[in-house]
Design a protein around this ligand. Structure first.
Ligand SMILES: [Zn+2]
Length: 187
C-alpha cells in the first residue's frame, strides 16, 4: 500500500470510528510495472497486481472468521470491471462460495461479500459520497509516493475526471489551484 493510501485509510478509519483497523504487510505483492512483468502479462494495466483480489479477500475472510463477522465489504466500482477481471460478479460469487465451504463459522454467520458500488461509475460514487458528507480532504487517489497528490498520474487524472463529471468540488484540487494562483500573482 502506498504511504498516502495508508495515511488516508488511517484518518478515515478514525473519523468513521472503526473499532479495530488492521493493516497487513505483503511486500512480495507488487504491481506489474514494479516487478517488470508488464510484457509477460500483456493486456493488463501496469498497476495490476497478479491475483490481487483472490489474496486480499482471503485475508479479509480470515479476519472475519476470527472476529465472527458476517460481511466483507469491497469498494470496487463499475469502472473497475472493464479493467480487472477479478472484480466480476462471477469471480465474487465463486469466491464467496469457496470461502463459506472452508469455514463452518463463516457459514453460521451467513458470510457474504458486499460490493455496494459495483454498478456505479466512479463519477456516480463521487456524487453519492458528496451527498453522504464524505470528507474528501482526507481521501487519497495518487499512485505515487508523496505527501500531496501529483495531479499527473492515472489515479489523479481519474479523480479529476470523476469530480468534474459529478459536478462536485474537490477540496484537494481546489487547494492546489489556490496555491498555483498565489505563485502566479505577485505579493
Ligand atoms: Zn498522482
Amino acid at each position: 500500500m502506498a504511504a498516502g493510501e495508508e495515511r488516508a485509510a488511517t484518518r478515515l478509519g478514525l473519523a468513521a470510528g472503526v473499532e479495530e483497523h488492521r493493516f497487513f504487510s505483503m511486500p512480495e505483492l507488487r504491481e506489474l510495472a514494479d516487478i517488470g512483468a508488464v510484457e509477460r502479462l500483456a493486456g493488463l494495466p501496469s498497476a495490476y497486481i497478479p491475483m490481487k483480489n483472490s489474496i486480499y479477500y482471503n485475508v479479509a475472510a480470515a479476519f472475519a472468521e476470527e472476529v465472527g463477522a458476517g460481511r466483507v465489504v469491497g469498494g470496487h466500482n463499475g469502472d473497475d470491471r472493464a479493467l480487472y477481471e477479478d472484480t466480476s460478479d462471477e469471480f465474487f460469487r465463486n469466491l464467496q462460495r469457496t470461502l463459506r465451504s472452508g469455514s463452518a463459522r463463516l457459514r453460521e454467520q451467513d458470510f457474504r461479500i458486499w460490493r455496494p458500488l459495483r454498478a456505479m461509475k466512479k463519477a456516480e460514487v463521487v456524487a453519492l459520497a458528496s451527498t453522504l458528507g464524505v470528507p474528501f480532504e482526507m481521501t487519497w487517489s495518487c499512485h505515487r509516493e508523496g505527501t500531496t497528490h501529483c495531479w499527473e498520474c492515472e489515479g489523479c487524472l481519474g479523480r479529476v475526471q470523476a469530480f468534474h463529471q459529478a459536478g462536485v468540488l474537490d477540496p484537494l484540487r481546489a487547494a492546489k489551484d489556490r496555491k498555483g494562483i498565489k505563485r502566479v500573482l505577485p505579493g
